[in-house]
Design a protein around this ligand. Structure first.
Ligand code: PAF
Length: 284
């Protein structure tokens, strides 16, 4: 497995692969890899000739500096795991390599529509601008044919789809959403789970149980009581919810009154101690 720190080096290497008509699969990550990431690598390997993974903790997508500081960094372990799973190359740049003009105000602005301001966007202002910026820089560097993102970050998947659709340079990129991998108790795999205490880990599956509760109790009509019950269930299990949303799957806008037909998705973000977890489930 090749490890690149410099843009020019990986670009030169990938240019040769493109000349040989190889299909490049790309999995962007922030490291602290777990089985969920490996499922992305495996999906990329199945659908590409050459698989590249990036490991970069992107400062511009953290609105809380403490969250950035606490983000787990496990590069040696990550590289061993990627090699074990036959990833072909890793891009592991420094901040200055990705943001040569710094991470300040003058960065480009991306038109992400209403999706930027709801759910995660409401509670983490600027987050999706940071995601769009780094992903766009990584796409220019790697020049992937296929990209792989986890469905656990459903809103992020939709943002990436918008980014691809809105940029003529990205038209050849095929976006792949990979289903969420869960622990046997239902907890969605996430790098943040490593920050949960043993006690919190026992409580954490309640987030998935709450999504299942929404699915089981969904009925046409006013959804406000169901939404409030789900929120209450989370609180009883020790969570501090940012949101519990029953949303239209297509737009992720909240659905208040269900016609019994439109596809819906449940989305939750909630704190357990000082760890913020998110999850989502297709309800119908
Ligand atoms: O999902 C993540 O890990 C990050 O948001 C991403 C896509 C790697 C961009 O930094």
């Amino acid at each position: 497995m090749r490890v690149f720190k410099k843009k020019d080096d990986i670009q030169g290497f990938i240019r040769h692969l493109h000349d040989k008509k190889q299909v490049i699969g790309f999995v962007p990550t922030m490291g602290a890899l777990h089985a969920g990431h490996i499922s992305l690598i495996e999906a990329a390997r199945q659908q590409s000739d050459f698989t590249v993974c990036s490991i970069f903790v992107n400062p511009t997508q953290f609105n809380d500096p403490k969250d950035l500081e606490k983000y787990p960094r496990t590069i040696e372990k990550d590289l061993r795991l990627l090699a074990l799973h036959n990833c072909d190359a890793v891009f592991y740049p420094d901040v200055a390599e990705v943001y040569p003009s710094g991470t300040g105000e003058h960065r480009p602005h991306y038109d992400l529509g209403q999706l930027e301001f709801i759910l995660e966007g409401k509670y983490r202002p600027g987050h999706f601008q940071g995601v769009a910026d780094v992903v766009s820089r990584l796409f220019y560097t790697i020049g992937p044919d296929r990209v792989f993102f986890g469905q656990k970050d459903l809103q992020q998947c939709k943002i990436i789809e918008k980014l691809i659709a809105g940029n003529p340079d990205f038209q050849k990129i095929q976006m792949n959403r990979v289903p969420t991998l869960r622990e046997p108790d239902g907890l969605a795999m996430s790098s943040r789970n490593t920050r949960l205490s043993p006690g919190e880990l026992r409580k954490a599956p309640a987030i998935y149980q709450t999504l299942q509760y929404l699915k089981e109790h969904l009925a046409p009509g006013d959804l406000s009581a169901l939404q409030a019950d789900a929120q209450e269930l989370l609180v009883r299990n020790g969570f501090r919810p940012d949101y519990v949303s029953i949303a239209y799957t297509r737009t992720l806008e909240a659905c208040r009154f269900w016609d019994g037909q439109s596809p819906l998705t449940g989305l939750i973000a909630a704190f357990l101690g000082d760890v913020r977890l998110i999850d989502n489930l297709e309800l119908c």
